[in-house]
Design a protein around this ligand. Structure first.
Ligand SMILES: Cc1cc2nc3c(=O)[nH]c(=O)nc-3n(C[C@H](O)[C@H](O)[C@H](O)COP(=O)(O)OP(=O)(O)OC[C@H]3O[C@@H](n4cnc5c(N)ncnc54)[C@H](O)[C@@H]3O)c2cc1C
Length: 422
């Protein structure tokens, strides 16, 4: 919380009288930020920010690439353009180092401006300056880091295109028949042979390069930080990340090698439900379970095809793993109200308690990693099971229908559809 004395030292408020400062002290929000944490994102609603300590930067996505378009230090403003024009935020604001930022809502800003009209004039003047900065940022497309010469439909060119796009490297693709462009890029030297030909800004030519050499050329990390690790993990999906976390917790050094440009693998597409019997969250919620029932249920699902040693290992170790990763800080939660498949028909099944998921966290908690993990392009049923529960309970009705068929009741197709509400 800001004191009146602190507020009086901020240039924007230095001319305010005691009454206005008193109003401000009760109205402003005092925000402490760690490096990388956002005050607000491009497109958010209006507010006025003043940097009180530390450094923040303004970023804007231009042509798909996030660019830093300005830096704001102590005493400088953020949000003055939307405050003046009544538009959403044209840029994001995030902390470069540990920072303290004062935030004022649009309503409180207007109340203050009614009490001290000079505030409006100062903020308006800052907005004009900022709009000039924005105009410059958006008028200049980012200079290409390299040129990719080759026909658009060539397989190698396509691979290179998608690699550069996914890694947000600005580049320009040039058709080999475009003599003017070739002359501009490579001093007239023609291209022949395998595509693509990648031309760096210093004129270096890479003929049909691997994506590793392109990555090296544009400064992406292609080698781990150390020469040796205790554990080397290939793949950054759920399995790889769990292995890395467990190795780290055991005091071992671990490296995860990922072939894709972002971490997460197929796990990103998953619904994220972990099914396991006799788990500690179930116990904590007072939902009874036994090993015998879990075995009986899994045997039923396995239909004779299960490998008992594998099944036993899963039943015994999954609850231990859940507890271990919980202790390491993964925020698991029980999915309430979701029955096992064929509940009421399958022996040992439970009405709820065996499905677990992770609670949502803010992407901002990931800091620099926020942009390095895959995000599923679709969340058909919801981000969590909790959000999707109504549809999932509908699936349980399908299970019930199948169970009846399984029990030899031979429900006619139309009748089955009617009962399932389809
Ligand atoms: C739509 C959908 C919903 C699902 N829902 C659930 C669910 O609710 N519950 C559940 O338990 N399961 C679910 N699954 C299944 C579950 O997602 C997968 O079983 C699990 O994510 C596999 O994890 P993984 O780490 O083994 O593999 P992945 O997550 O696929 O990770 C493998 C990683 O290895 C990388 N890689 C591969 N080869 C190399 C190489 N040579 N060098 C470097 N890296 C390499 C890949 O790029 C990838 O990043 C679902 C799956 C889908 C598609």
């Amino acid at each position: 919380m800001f004191t009146i004395e602190e507020l009086a030292t901020i240039p924007l408020f230095s001319e305010l009288g005691e009454k206005e400062l008193e109003f401000l002290a009760g109205a402003v929000e005092d925000i402490s930020l760690v490096p990388g944490e956002y005050v607000a994102h491009e497109g958010d609603g209006r507010f006025l920010a003043v940097v009180v300590a530390g450094t923040t930067e303004l970023t804007k996505v231009v042509n798909g690439v996030e660019q830093v378009i300005g830096v704001r230090g102590p005493g400088e403003l953020g949000g003055e353009v939307p405050m003046t024009l009544g538009t959403p935020l044209p840029a994001s604001m995030r902390a470069v180092d540990r920072s303290r930022v004062l935030k004022l809502t649009v309503e409180d800003f207007h109340t203050l401006a009614a009490m001290a009209p000079e505030i409006s004039a100062t903020v308006g003047a800052a907005a004009v300056e900022r709009m000039e900065m924005l105009r410059n940022a958006t008028a200049q497309p980012p200079a290409p880091a390299l040129f990719v010469i080759g026909p658009r439909l060539d397989a190698g060119v396509h691979t290179c295109d998608s690699f550069l796009r996914r890694n947000q490297i600005p580049y320009e693709r040039v058709d080999p028949d475009d003599a003017g462009a070739i002359a501009r890029i490579s001093g007239g030297t023609g291209v022949a042979g395998l595509y693509p030909v990648v031309v760096l800004r210093d004129g270096t030519r890479l003929n049909s390069p691997t994506m590793r050499s392109v990555a090296t050329a544009v400064g992406l990390t292609v080698a781990p930080g150390r020469a040796e690790y205790d554990v080397v993990i290939v793949g950054s999906g759920m399995a790889g990340c769990c292995a890395a976390l467990a190795a780290h917790a055991a005091g071992l050094s671990a490296v995860v090698l990922e072939k894709a440009d972002k971490a997460g693998g197929g796990t990103t597409y998953s619904y994220g439900g972990l099914w396991l019997g006799i788990n500690h969250l179930q116990e904590k919620a007072g939902l009874a379970d036994t090993r015998e029932d879990t075995v009986a249920y899994m045997r039923h699902l396995g239909g004779g095809y299960q490998v008992d040693t594998h099944q036993d290992a899963y039943i015994d170790h999954a609850p231990r793993a859940l507890r271990h990763f919980t202790e390491l800080g993964v925020p698991f939660q029980l999915v309430r109200g979701l029955p096992d498949h064929y509940h009421g028909h399958a022996p040992g099944s439970r009405a709820e308690g065996r499905m677990v998921e992770t609670a949502l966290i803010s992407g901002e908690e990931l800091g620099d990693w926020q942009d390095k993990v895959l995000v599923s392009p679709e969340l058909p049923m919801g981000a969590t099971f909790e959000e999707a529960i109504e549809r999932l309970v509908f699936l349980a009705k399908i299970d019930a229908g199948l169970a009846e068929l399984d029990a030899g009741k031979g429900i006619p197709h139309d009748e089955a559809k009617r009962r399932l509400g389809m």
